[in-house]
Design a protein around this ligand. Structure first.
Ligand code: HAM
Length: 419
């Protein structure tokens, strides 16, 4: 029996890979423009990190983690997200003590044992950034703009920025009490999951997808009615800065996000083009996470974009369009004597930065020409006995069919000129 890829995980290859390369180069250039530094952490972390950081009552920690005992008997987890690992690393290396304002970005695979469907995988990739050390609203907006700019440069437009504020810890504590009281009074109308959450994570009931829950939520107390002056001022400043930056957004008072560490600003980039998996990215402020992980009072804010979803959205918006492939030169050996010499010419072209391909299967000229077409070569360079003797080559422009004989030393010039 043949062995297949694990359910919910994907091989990424063929034409799809060019989407990833383009995305990865945009992640680097946008991060550079915002002066963020790349940070790489291991794939495996102590299970305790996510229990304490993300929250035991969240879906991620409660039912989606790949957790196992390693051979030494320690409980380890394949990272389901990168904010807790980044905070762990900043504390471990005393980074905040050395630099009161840290700007970090990351990119890589995450693991969540969710039910796979289009846009939802068990191994998926995130690009994200964290602005660490500032409690001010300009940091929130810098992070939102970095996420927005990434999606804009990648070329997806069918997105909505949904924005909310959860207020500070005191606001949430008072709100939680009122919400628990309200939900308990109507618990018979709630689905089983939501009924359980009344005690464990009542705010999550607010973004329940269940129809009956929604009508209960309609009548729930409003978080914003509990805001104190500092929570309102923070949220107003974020909105004002977004307004002047020209970034459109909608306020969604029900947006609470699925991770426990948030306070004040939370946001999500959503789309209607991907069915139920409508969140392309999300984030928010997490002023309490450092303290929760033993790192003292360090405010921070960040986001992550789901790379698979961003690519799927681009494909949905640009049906049939492939990202441009760089032009390739295909060296065709006419007869056997040129087979080895063209390897040297190919090497010369590659050193000049020209993408060059040769046939290593020793095929006929006809088969090599067919292969050149399949490779999408912009030029073929044909060399046979006659050309070998005269140190020339026949360069054919595959688009126009135009053909010229040139000295071998000039191949670079001819193919570069036409590119
Ligand atoms: P999150 O909302 O859990 O936030 O994930 C961010 C994005 O990752 C989602 O919007 C989605 O695009 C993508 N994503 C999540 N799960 C899957 C999946 N199973 N398959 C495909 N894509 C998925 C976080 O992870 C936070 N750490 C974000 C953050 C950074 N908050 C502050 N800093």
């Amino acid at each position: 029996m043949s062995i297949s890829v694990i359910r919910g995980m994907r091989d990424i290859f063929g034409p799809e890979i060019s989407h990833w390369h383009r995305a990865e180069s945009i992640f680097r250039s946008v991060s550079d423009d915002f002066a963020y530094q790349e940070f790489r952490t291991p794939m495996l972390e102590s299970t305790e990190l996510f229990k304490r950081g993300v929250g035991e009552e969240t879906d991620i920690v409660g039912k989606e983690m790949y957790t196992f005992e390693d051979r030494g008997g320690d409980s380890v987890t394949l990272r389901p997200e990168l904010t807790a690992p980044i905070v762990r690393a900043c504390i471990e290396h005393s980074l905040v003590r050395h630099n009161p304002s840290l700007r970090l970005w990351y990119y890589g695979p995450q693991f969540r044992y969710e039910r796979p469907q289009k846009g939802r995988y068990r191994q998926f990739h995130q690009f994200g950034a964290e602005c660490i050390g500032s409690a001010n609203p300009e940091a929130d907006v810098e992070i939102i703009l970095l996420a927005y700019e990434t999606l804009r440069r990648y070329g997806v437009s069918d997105i909505r920025l949904e924005l909310n504020s959860l207020g500070n810890a005191d606001v949430r504590r008072r709100y939680r009490e009122a919400l628990v009281e309200y939900l308990t009074s109507r618990q018979d109308e709630l689905c089983q999951d939501s009924r359980r959450r009344i005690q464990t994570n009542p705010l999550r009931v607010l973004d329940s997808k269940d129809e009956a829950d929604r009508s209960v939520v309609e009548g729930a107390p409003q978080l914003h009615d509990f805001f104190d002056e500092s929570s309102s001022a923070h949220f107003t400043a974020v909105r004002t800065l977004l307004d002047v930056s020209g970034v459109p957004y909608v306020i969604n008072p029900r947006l609470v996000r699925g991770l426990d560490y948030y306070n004040h600003t939370v946001f999500e980039f959503t789309t209607d083009a991907l069915g139920t998996q409508n969140a392309v990215g999300g984030g928010g402020r997490y002023d309490g996470l450092f303290a929760q992980l033993g790192g003292g009072d360090v405010p921070a804010v960040g986001f992550s974009i789901g790379v698979e979803r961003m690519i799927l959205l681009w494909q949905a918006e640009h049906a049939d369009q492939q990202p441009e492939q760089s032009a390739r030169v295909y060296l065709v050996s006419v007869g056997d004597d040129a087979r080895l010499p063209i390897q040297l010419i190919a090497l010369r072209l590659r050193r000049a930065g020209i993408h060059a391909v040769t046939d290593v299967l020793r095929r006929s000229v006809k088969a090599q020409m067919k292969d050149a077409n399949r490779e999408g070569a912009a030029f073929t360079v044909m060399i046979g006995d006659e050309e070998l003797a005269a140190s020339t080559a026949v360069v054919k422009n595959m688009l126009t069919g135009e053909q010229v004989t040139v000295p071998q030393a000039e191949i670079e010039t001819v193919v570069s000129f036409h590119e």
